[in-house]
Design a protein around this ligand. Structure first.
Ligand SMILES: NC(=O)c1ccc[n+]([C@@H]2O[C@H](COP(=O)([O-])OP(=O)(O)OC[C@H]3O[C@@H](n4cnc5c(N)ncnc54)[C@H](OP(=O)(O)O)[C@@H]3O)[C@@H](O)[C@H]2O)c1
Length: 262
């Protein structure tokens, strides 16, 4: 997805129908109160009408300009953009590169010019020669666990800030607490499905942005959260439904009161 994409015009279907709205303005205006002991965490995913999150192993074929505008807008409200290592490997992640106007807008809102990218991994099987780790800009974060191979951990520490929490998997609650203690207030998680399921199981998802693209994919492509089984379904409340380029862009927030605010 190209950085610095101009915001696409969208219309709001619910609540208060309105035409020709700016995605950046809508996203910036959304309430994201910081919970007491961790950052606000939003998940952003795109799916086909039949629930597929990829075409041929990547998400790019599902998107249109309105989705790309939302993707970039949701990055612009975050201190940290987080993704699972499977997504980083499949999508070839690099650093976040906001446009000059987005950088200026972030600074005006008290944020650093660009968000840091955080990768969740137990294997530390990451391409440390990729631009994610070599480009100018904020140092990436790698969130891992005790059983990660020691040699890879040493190599990763050369190019990233490594946070270790948990034994055989990343203890996501402890990691969120550590990030909060370091001043992180908002995280945009870009998946993928295994990380999403673990975040849901840890009761860490405050907001779910899901874009429905008018494509049917069939096959055995994955869906937005898989793996860890939840003890009970997580209830979310519809906050807003937009339409742009034929896509439906929904914002859901967690049902019930958010934990005490900082
Ligand atoms: N449509 C969309 O919006 C969208 C968004 C994101 C991704 N995707 C697609 O999803 C696919 C990737 O799926 P995926 O399930 O592999 O993605 P993923 O959830 O990003 O990656 C899974 C990997 O993340 C790490 N991980 C996740 N939870 C962990 C935990 N609690 N502790 C330690 N490590 C943890 C592990 O990395 P290690 O293997 O390194 O240990 C695990 O193998 C790609 O095809 C991508 O294109 C689609």
């Amino acid at each position: 997805m190209s950085p610095g994409l101009a915001s696409a015009g969208v219309r709001r279907l619910w609540p208060d129908p309105a035409d020709d709205l700016d995605v950046d303005e809508l996203v910036v205006a959304d309430a994201r109160p910081t919970p007491a002991d961790r950052p606000w965490l939003l998940v952003n995913m795109i799916t086909s009408l039949d629930g597929a999150i990829t075409i041929d192993g990547r998400s790019g074929g599902l998107g249109r300009p309105a989705d790309k505008a939302l993707f970039h807008a949701l990055r612009q409200v975050a201190d940290v953009v987080m993704a699972g290592a499977g997504t980083v490997r499949a999508e070839g992640y690099g650093p976040a590169r906001p446009s000059p106007s987005q950088r200026a807008a972030r600074v005006a809102r008290g944020l650093p010019e660009a968000p840091r990218i955080a990768v969740v991994t137990r294997s530390l099987d990451l391409d440390l020669t990729s631009t994610l780790f070599t480009a100018e800009g904020p140092r990436p974060l790698v969130l891992t666990c005790e059983t990660a191979p020691a040699d890879r951990r040493r190599a990763t520490e050369e190019v990233a800030d490594v946070v270790v929490a948990g034994d055989t998997s990343v203890d996501l609650r402890a990691t969120m607490a550590a990030l909060a203690a370091a001043g992180v207030e908002r995280i945009t998680c870009e998946g993928g499905p295994h990380l999403n399921a673990d975040l849901l199981a840890a009761d860490l998802v405050d907001e779910w942005a899901c874009t429905l693209t008018p494509i049917l994919v069939a096959g055995d492509e994955g869906r937005a959260a898989v793996g860890t089984v939840l003890s009970a379904p997580v209830s979310m409340r519809l906050d807003r439904l937009l339409e742009g380029d034929g896509l439906l862009l929904g914002r859901w927030v967690r049902e019930g009161p958010t934990a005490a605010l900082r």
